[in-house]
Design a protein around this ligand. Sequence first.
Ligand code: SF4
Length: 399
Amino acid sequence: MSSGVEQASGQLPNQGEAQATASAPAAPANLMGMSPTQMRDWFASIDEKPFRATQLLKWIHQHGVDDFDQMTNLAKSLRSKLQDLAEIRPPVVVEEKLSSDGTRKWLIRVTGGSCVETVFIPEGERGTLCVSSQVGCSLDCSFCSTGKQGFNRDLTSAEIIGQLWIAAKSFDSLGSGKRRAISNVVMMGMGEPLMNFDNVVAAMQLMMDDNCYGLSKRRVTLSTAGVVPQMDRLADHVDVSLAISLHAANDELRNQLVPINRKYPIAELLRASRDYLARMPDQRRKLTVEYTLIDQVNDSLEDAAQLARLMVDIPCKINLIPFNPFPLSDYRRPSNNRIRAFQHYLMDKGYTATVRTTRGEDIDAACGQLAGAVNDLTRRSQRHRNKAESRIAATEVGN
Ligand code: SF4
């Protein structure tokens, strides 16, 4: 196979889909998204030794190779067997955009024709890749462009890890002796990662495996809006950094901004966060609290005081994200004075509070702006458009 850029669409099987059925020939197994354990099990299922799994993982994820014929340490007979039974299929790059500040954004088509977005943000020695986990999002946070696109489906593990593979190849940073361009991965792109638990876990295992990308667990972060039952399961599967999308310090406001709060209110979210931290082998780990500052909605000093009281017994750093406007949203970004006042209030209370610099605005890659091209199965995008149009029409009549 050639690189992901030219791959045509087609049926992309999950590992489970690779099983034969009685009437149809087995679809080739896509090795791209198999976790190390899944890869070993798959090689055992075709009567091959487990060390073959390690060889394949290295070829795919360390060397960026997706053509069995280039895997020179495999016998010809095994390569031919793999050609018959398997494939290495990343998703397809439709477009790559470069911002004036060095931020890059890829528009990536997945099976079914929808597109997701992946963003790379360089900051000095650090390079952070923001990875998507779903086509659209099934939650509907009121300040988020992705949420307004509706929802199509979960990404497969191949489509999730494929975003890192594509980005690393685009920087020519796969292969022996190459400089690593991507030092951090955040699961903060389109979608709620914990609504796609198994595929996200498999992809994060590949990110951290020494035979693959070898990222340290401190440098892989999963961000959740608060799917509490899955937060409770997470530590059984991976040891990654945790971020919560809080955005409000009381339930009444959070119910409006982050609707999943009606199901799992703040007290439960913080209980699950505390439990997750308590189960980490490294007890110095801190929770990251993401708080989007929206003008006159959640950015007053009273909001800051509530937030300070709320987080008092949880080791955390607070990341303030000035709202990034997107079409049809009626929220506004606060003034710099209001942002600074909020930040300084928290710092005076002893918190580490940073303001996220807006990056990639000229290519719509800033936080909360990712939209992709979602074939919306929920009709939510149409409802949002209708609502926004009525709002605009009402304003025009009022004028
Ligand atoms: S903020 Fe996250 S969880 Fe909420 S709608 Fe956007 S992508 Fe989904």
